[in-house]
Design a protein around this ligand. Structure first.
Ligand code: HEM
Ligand code: HEM
Ligand SMILES: [Fe+2]
Length: 450
């Protein structure tokens, strides 16, 4: 790291991986419930576990993005963060809101809107928090010596993500309207502006890790943004097929969402291309693996597995089944989970001044978590396809079908155990690095000279 204030990123990353652990526990609760072992039902029924699982996911990913921004923006802008104390206040208040929300879900204080379960009064606290975060990031960028494309793309992604939270806060008495605008948040986040955040972080990592010229890397960013907006905005239509809006969305949603994988393909080609072109001298090879892995697995999980059920003719049968869970897991993990892990792997040595890269634990964490998640995806996929045939084609009753497919969740639990072992090793490595310290300033530059 180059600036003292970048250290704040460490605490965002530590909070992120702790919340990920909690998310995984709720995943197991649901996995066992699917197998027929729903012993915790009276304390954490499936719907509560599901809301907690997906909300923790969003919260830890946002913490990861915020941490990355607190690290990247000062370095790119060549300017200390304008106010470090407020950054800590922002972290703590964000965690407090998160905890209130999750405790609330257990007490039935929630809204039944998938991913947006947070009750509206709490939304206002989120708004204040995010304004503080954006204020710090944008003021630092504004005051800084340089405004690089990478920093601007990242900041734009964060700003748009905040703005797109607002349509989800409007109250509608009409179910269709509520659903229509819920997708402005959920879809336009993961298939729109979060891709800018991902692109910005990816570009920063590739500049650092491959040594390829900034100009070359940043040119790709424009291509990625172009493809994202071209396909992703109207691609929202793939959620409007059968929710009670006009038929036009069948065609618009079908065509544009089929184009969405192109943006992820561009990211994969970009990362692999820069890797091959680069001089590969950076000693933190593990960070490079994570970065390449992100670009490739996000193409598979989001691009290919998204495409698998995005046409209206297919979605008619697969909507809301475990086929969706199959895609949801590999997409969220491959794109956003992995970009956060890539960044943490890159930043830890620089924040702490310790050269703990390329350890056996670190390598195992990489392979076990990724192979485990691929296996989980497969288990969800098999269960999902069986569900679609039995429930939607043969017309069997929902509960009866869930009983038939219980067996597939044995494989899910097995693979989830492998995934969790990888995550545990990652967390052990994380804490082995120790705390960030000022002696680490200039660590990266010295590495290059050595
Ligand atoms: C990183 C990017 C992506 C992530 C994180 C992601 C994640 C998800 C999640 C969690 C859902 C379930 C949402 C809900 O029901 O509330 C979903 C639904 C869906 N996704 Fe994605 N997705 C991504 C990209 C894509 C892409 C590129 C496509 C198309 C090519 C796609 C196609 C779909 C479709 C068609 C559904 C609706 C499934 C249904 O009807 O139940 N996704 N996605
Ligand atoms: C070991 C770990 C995990 C287990 C056992 C697990 C299990 C589950 C289960 C059983 C569901 C509910 C499916 C249903 O509605 O029937 C679910 C939902 C979900 N999980 Fe996980 N999960 C794990 C980790 C993760 C991770 C690491 C991520 C993201 C990076 C993730 C993202 C999601 C998403 C997005 C959904 C909602 C899917 C949908 O909309 O259909 N999970 N998980
Ligand atoms: Fe979507």
């Amino acid at each position: 790291m180059k600036y003292k204030s970048q250290k704040v990123a460490y605490w965002f990353f530590a909070s992120a991986i702790l919340l990920l652990s909690l998310q995984i526990i709720y995943g197991f609760i649901m996995g066992f419930a699917h197998m027929g072992y729903d012993g915790l039902h009276s304390i954490t029924p499936f719907n509560t576990a599901r809301a907690v699982h997906t909300n923790l996911l969003v919260v830890w990913l946002l913490l990861g993005f915020m941490g990355a921004a607190y690290y990247i923006i000062p370095e790119e802008a060549q300017q200390e963060l304008v106010n470090v104390k407020l950054a800590y206040v922002q972290l703590i208040s964000f965690l407090v809101v998160g905890v209130i929300a999750i405790v609330g879900y257990h007490l039935n204080y929630w809204e039944g809107r998938k991913f947006l379960e947070i009750p509206r009064p709490l939304d206002w606290l989120v708004v204040v928090n995010v304004l503080l975060f954006l204020g710090l990031i944008l003021a630092t960028l504004y005051k800084g010596k340089k405004k690089t494309t990478t920093a601007l793309v990242l900041a734009m992604g964060l700003l748009f993500a905040a703005l797109l939270y607002l349509p989800g806060m409007i109250w509608f008495d009409n179910q269709t309207l509520d659903s229509f605008f819920r997708w402005w948040v959920v879809h336009l986040w993961v298939e729109g502006v979060w891709e800018l955040i991902m692109g910005g972080i990816l570009a920063f990592l590739l500049i650092k890790l491959t040594g390829v010229d900034r100009e070359v890397i940043e040119k790709w960013l424009y291509v990625i943004i172009g493809l994202t907006f071209l396909s992703g905005i109207l691609g929202t239509g793939h959620h409007y097929y059968y929710i009670g809006v006009g038929k036009i969305w069948l065609i618009v949603g079908g065509i544009f969402s089929m184009l969405e994988p192109l943006a992820f393909l561009a990211m994969a080609l970009f990362a692999v291309g820069m890797y091959r072109k680069g001089e590969k001298k950076h000693p933190n090879k593990l960070a490079l693996y994570w970065t390449l892995g992100t670009a490739i697995i996000s193409f598979v999980g989001a691009g290919l597995l998204g495409m698998a059920h995005t046409l209206p003719q297919v979605n008619l049968y697969t909507h809301g089944t475990l086929v969706t869970a199959m895609h949801g897991h590999l997409a969220f993990w491959g794109a956003y989970g992995m970009i956060v892990f890539s960044f943490i792997t890159f930043a830890l040595p620089n924040l702490t001044g310790r050269k703990l890269y390329d350890t056996v634990n670190g390598q195992l964490a990489y392979w076990l978590s990724n192979i485990g998640m691929a296996g989980m995806t497969l288990a969800f996929g098999v269960a999902g396809v069986a569900q679609v045939y039995l429930e939607r084609k043969l017309g069997l009753e929902f509960g009866a079908v869930q009983k038939e497919i219980e067996v597939h969740f044995f494989v899910l639990i097995l693979m989830a155990t492998m995934f969790s072992t990888g995550i545990t090793l990652f967390i052990i490595e994380f804490f082995r690095f120790g705390k960030p310290n000022d002696e680490a300033i200039g660590f990266e530059e010295n590495l290059k000279k050595a």
